[in-house]
Design a protein around this ligand. Structure first.
Ligand code: TEU
Ligand code: CA
Length: 558
């Protein structure tokens, strides 16, 4: 469609930085803002347009910064506000925009709003959070927190429970209270006035709760389901439209909502083309395809998902949003395992090829692509052999609940789950070079470095034309140079194939044909036999007629 409205955030490629694991400038083992500033030229070289910074605000770090105790200050370990200003200035001078993580579904229990809220029932801040009476000795509902255990924490001072969808150090804000909304809008305005370029909104789909607070169906025999009662609730669109009127519409910024539990129908509202809410959202359907054959349900299944499961999801989102809403594209982020291990093949023989295939598949689709730090190097999952090596509160809590307390799964089996799908896979330090600690830190890193850093690191890839890094660089450049990649419509191809994911993009009178072999076997493919055009990119130098080689990917413009 040639009449798609143009916007810089539709043409941009975003790079996500998880500051704690990116680069440590002072040897305390923790990544920091000065470390990011020092590596901006690397990102410039890669060619990205926007950085999404995971939270850098003051935080006691129960959930690595997703528990904020002061929205207008910087986490001590990461540096100072001067460091932030320097980073923003340097990024802007390189033409790179910075999008902040906005975590406003909840705060830290150490935020002054919560300290006041819990102090007494008649404190003016009481209604900033969600307080309820228990049911006898039981919490108000049977809901399970997304990070294990009850989602309600009893507080002795006032003999009531507060809601926390995540850890008990992350109490949920009460968005039905107008004062909460105003406080959040003021804070957002403060950051916009500082000159930041947008917000990635953490679990923004969860800010409006079902006022009935019903019991949920049991998930693992222990607790009830929570998400249906907290995601896409009755007022969520109303609140986002208000936020849009009061803050977002006043600035030239980009917004992306992290929308747990979002359906295609809901996404069309959040990211509608009229622009009344957000620019785009992240959905989870494609990354929730790991089959759950483990004895415990939930996110801990780890069977290699096959293409036939993934294809209908990818196609549905591509065609469903067309003309109605803008989409986002991602494989990896700080909550997901590494894509080359999860959907590709991280053996030495196929790691590079399959990483490039997955990158082609994603970056030739319609939507704004997101690259997570290290993905551009083909960084892999970690093997966890002891829970002592885990740092993520989600893993530590799940281990305690399922292994230690309820003995529902063996330690060995749980660690197998962690090695496949745990969030810490994405949080091992960025692999810069083959020196000590992968060049991440001269001190002891807060989390173990993946031992494969001598083979997989930035220094060895930036000058190698055949590297994964240079393949990503080329994909980014192609998007910048070819409007068809940004604005072209999408139509699926070969929908019955179990090996090949293929599609076409159309723009003006041009067609871009993309085909990716999802397997390590040669596969028949006649798509390119009758096409004469310009090959934009491929992970193989030479092709075989009528065949796609293992993990071969091709994109041809004609
Ligand atoms: O994630 C929320 C979310 O819905 C999930 O991605 C969830 O963390 C994951 O499924 C658990 O396996 C956001 C942040 O991205 C995450 O890092 C935070 O821990 C969480 O919110 C709480 O702020
Ligand atoms: Ca540091």
């Amino acid at each position: 469609m040639e009449n798609e409205k143009k916007a810089w955030w539709k043409e941009a490629v975003v790079y996500q930085i998880y500051p704690r694991s990116f680069a440590d400038s002072n040897g305390d083992g923790i990544g920091d803002l000065a470390g990011i500033t020092a590596h901006l030229p690397y990102l410039k070289e890669l060619g990205i347009d926007v950085i999404w910074l995971s939270p850098i605000y003051k935080s006691p770090n129960d959930d690595n910064g997703y528990d904020i105790s002061d929205y207008r200050d910087i986490m001590t370990e990461f540096g100072t506000m001067e460091d932030f200003d320097r980073m923003l200035y340097k990024a802007h001078s390189l033409g790179i925009r910075i999008v902040m993580d906005l975590v406003v579904n909840h705060t830290s229990d150490e935020h002054e709003w919560f300290i006041k809220s819990r102090s007494s029932k008649d404190n003016p801040y009481r209604d900033y959070y969600i307080w309820k009476d228990g049911k006898g000795d039981l919490p108000p509902t049977n809901w399970q927190s997304l990070f294990s255990g009850s989602s309600w924490q009893y507080d002795e001072t006032t003999d009531q429970y507060y809601l926390h969808c995540f850890t008990k150090k992350q109490p949920d804000l009460n968005w039905d209270n107008e004062k909460v909304r105003n406080s959040v809008y003021d804070m957002m305005t403060w950051w916009c006035e500082k000159g930041i370029d947008g917000f990635r909104m953490d679990v923004i789909s969860m800010i409006s709760k079902d006022p009935a607070y019903p019991e949920g169906p049991l998930v693992d025999g222990l607790y009830g389901e929570l998400l249906p009662y907290v995601a896409n609730g009755p007022h969520v669109h109303e609140y986002l439209q208000e936020m849009n009127r009061r803050v977002l519409s006043k600035y030239d910024i980009m917004t992306v909502g992290e929308t747990a539990g979002v359906t295609l129908e809901e996404a069309m509202k959040y990211a509608n083309n009229e622009g009344t809410e957000l620019n785009m959202v992240f959905h989870f359907e494609h990354v929730d395809t790991d089959a759950t054959t483990t004895p415990i349900l939930g996110k801990w299944g780890y069977d290699h998902p096959d293409l036939t499961k993934l294809r209908p999801i990818l196609n549905k989102w591509q065609t469903g949003l067309e003309g109605k809403a803008w989409g986002s594209l991602y494989w990896d982020n700080h909550d997901q395992p590494r894509v080359v291990s999860r959907f590709g093949n991280d053996s030495p023989k196929y790691r590079g090829l399959s990483a490039k295939m997955l990158a082609t598949l994603l970056h030739m689709m319609k939507g704004t692509p997101y690259i997570y730090q290290g993905e551009e190097l083909g960084m892999t999952n970690m093997t966890f052999t002891s829970v002592d090596d885990c740092r993520d509160v989600e893993e530590i809590n799940a281990y305690r609940q399922y292994v230690t307390d309820h003995k529902m799964i063996s330690s060995e089996e749980m660690l197998k789950c962690f090695s496949a799908v745990a969030r810490d896979n994405a949080r091992t330090p960025m692999q810069w070079d083959d020196s000590k600690n992968a060049g991440f830190s001269t001190g002891d890193p807060w989390i173990k470095v993946n031992p494969n850093y001598r083979q997989i690191n930035a220094a060895s890839q930036t000058d190698d034309p055949a590297s994964v890094f240079n393949y990503y660089k080329k994909l980014i450049k192609l998007r910048h140079e070819n409007e068809i990649i940004v604005y072209g419509t999408f139509s699926p191809l070969l929908e019955d194939s179990e090996q090949i994911y293929a599609y076409e993009r159309h723009y003006n009178d041009q067609t871009l044909t993309v085909a990716c072999n999802w397997t390590d076997k040669e596969t028949k493919c006649s798509l390119f036999d009758c096409i004469s055009g310009r090959e934009l990119i491929s992970n193989y130098d030479e092709h075989k007629a009528g065949i796609l080689q293992p993990y071969e990917a091709r994109a041809v413009l004609h």
